[in-house]
Design a protein around this ligand. Sequence first.
Ligand code: ADP
Length: 397
Amino acid sequence: MNGTVLVINSGSSSIKFQLVDPEPGDVLAKGLVERIGEDEGRLSCTAGGETRERTERIADHSAGFALALAELTDSGVLDPDTLTAIGHRVVHGGAVFGEPVLIDDHVVSEIHRLSALAPLHNPANAVGIEILRSTLPGVPEVAVFDTAFFHDLPAAAATFAIDRDVARENRVRRYGFHGTSHQYVSERVADVLGRPLGELRQIVFHLGNGASASAISGGRAQDTTMGMTPLDGLVMGTRSGDIDAGVLFQLHRQAGMKVDELDDLLNRRSGLKGLAGVNDFRALTELIEQGDADAQLAWDVYVHRARKYLGAYLVLLGGVDAITFTAGVGENVPALRAAILQGLEPFGIVVDPDRNASGSGERHIGADGSATALLVIPTDEELAIARAAATLVRGSR
Ligand code: ADP
């Protein structure tokens, strides 16, 4: 059991964990602790083909991690003595972190300091780091930041056109999120195409509950749809994506909505949920099949927004060699991919309907004559985190 990495995604009321053998990329165990702090918490863990579940009160994150580690140890997959590293997903690396880093006291305090930029995420990420530092003190820990891939966005893409002093003082800029996924997928595209990453112009659509697109040239991000927060850009499950900021002033002045209500409106009651009443794409598709007009409009707005960014990024990159879809919706909804790519033959973008409608795993969906490669690449953020952590730890020895 040598060379495994424990990958942790510590959220405000849940902990996702995976034990990964980074090369070749085997998942040895995968689990979730949820409803931390509620009356009834839940642990589920799959290891060796067997899934075990427990329901009990899980008072806090310390109790959650203790349960998860006990489960991994009991099922025989985790031996702390042979753990190479613990890799933590950290949402916000701000302007500070452009790469994965080995965690020390300074890194922990920076992650806390960046909580102002990601108040819902960074504190929970930091709690996970601190608990494992004291529980497994001999195991190196690595932080992998969701923003890191976009750390070096060109200034023209990263800058919002507002008063520069206000922006500077408040660290207002485009940071981008889902970076681990965009980087992993764009690197896989180069492998699948058998072409050097350095010569590819790519557009990646990460369409899950949260959704973002990125423009990548030579392996470096040139722009992305999420902004200072994950609220910007594409239509999402419950988030609005792009909206005229003036709408907020109007809702405040006319409807008396306070800042927390506006936050709730745009982050949790908008997107597909706001337009169609459901945030799950499967439910949306079912409503459309039943003839629901609101669901159809939600679909149309979603597709329109995605196509708008496709066009923008096509111009920004001066042409595109590969367009790739990933995450729950991007990987599983052929009709949506077809709608986003429809009618783009004049740009050398030609879908093959049969390839698009079938298959699983990494695959081509473009027609033989398509100048732009069209692909589906399942994302694997945990594997990317495990590999980044293992590489960093081995390099530091
Ligand atoms: P996140 O990681 O952001 O929570 P996911 O990448 O898991 O999200 O994507 C969740 C979305 O993917 C949901 O809207 C869900 O309905 C959709 N989805 C997942 N599997 C399928 C499927 N087989 N068919 C249609 N939609 C799917």
